[in-house]
Design a protein around this ligand. Structure first.
Ligand code: ADP
Ligand code: ADP
Length: 229
């Protein structure tokens, strides 16, 4: 589903590469943790998958396509197949829960009928039924992250990228978010989650790819993690 072939990313010629010769493959349907200290290259990895950045050398393939060869007018379509969740939620502050999720369908031209049918299902999946008309500022951090996940998956992407999705949440709330990501994965979505939350990595026992200074230093099928920050 995602393949990196000897990928190097240099932002700035004077400093070391942000990613340095990354070779790895993430299969369809996998749940993968991307771990490592701040500055190790996790966000750069995710940005390359989204083609928000381009590699300096080497190739990135997403769903069989070399992303560097996707013409820029087709990049939106590439990104439509990838849901993204961030540490800071990034909801639209002037839209309620329903509106935030619906917006992701509206911008790609889905019909009002399909939106009315799909949005409540996804809101239910993330456990927010009854809160459709709350505004983001009326929700807890965990609830806001659930809205963000609902928005990220409402168009049924093949891939969900999560960049420190539990970084602003307390441990109990984080467990709830992980249960939802697990459910999304069980529904067939390939999930890649960047994190330095070792409790979560250790409780999930999924694949762990560890980066340090832009290199893969460990790749384990059902790994653990000890954060040293
Ligand atoms: P992580 O997500 O693990 O914290 P990043 O991918 O953000 O790591 O960063 C990897 C390295 O690349 C760091 O040294 C960071 O300072 C650098 N970097 C990230 N983004 C940029 C950018 N836009 N311009 C220059 N350097 C960057
Ligand atoms: P995080 O690891 O917390 O997700 P990032 O490392 O992605 O944060 O940085 C947040 C933003 O700052 C990104 O847009 C990234 O491009 C930019 N950035 C990060 N490091 C640098 C840097 N050394 N120089 C310039 N921009 C940077």
């Amino acid at each position: 589903m995602i393949r990196f072939e000897n990928v190097t990313k240099v932002y700035d010629q004077k400093s070391r590469p942000a990613l340095d010769g990354i070779d790895l493959e993430i299969d369809r349907g996998d749940f993968t943790f991307l771990v490592g200290p701040s500055g190790s290259g996790k966000s750069t990895f995710l940005r390359l998958v989204l083609r928000e950045e381009r590699s300096s050398s080497g190739d990135v393939y997403v769903a069989g396509k070399n992303v560097a060869r996707v013409p820029s007018w087709r990049v939106p379509r590439l990104r439509r197949g990838i849901g993204v969740v961030f540490q800071d939620f990034r909801l639209l502050p002037n839209k309620d829960v329903f509106g935030n999720v619906a917006f992701a369908m509206q911008v790609i031209g889905k019909s009002r009928y399909l939106i009315r049918e799909t949005v409540p299902e996804v809101i239910k999946l993330v456990g927010l039924e009854g809160k459709e008309h709350r505004m983001p500022h009326e929700l807890s951090g965990g609830e806001q992250q659930r809205v963000a996940i609902a928005r990220a998956i409402v168009n049924k992407p093949g891939i969900l990228l999560a960049d420190e999705p539990t970084g602003n949440l307390d441990p109990a709330t984080s467990v709830g978010i992980m249960n939802i990501l697990d459910k999304v994965n069980q529904n067939g979505t390939t999930v890649v989650m960047a994190t330095h939350d070792d409790d979560i990595v250790n409780s999930m026992r999924r694949r762990v790819i560890e980066l340090a200074d832009g290199r893969v230093v460990r790749d384990e099928k059902s790994g653990e993690y000890t954060a040293m920050i």
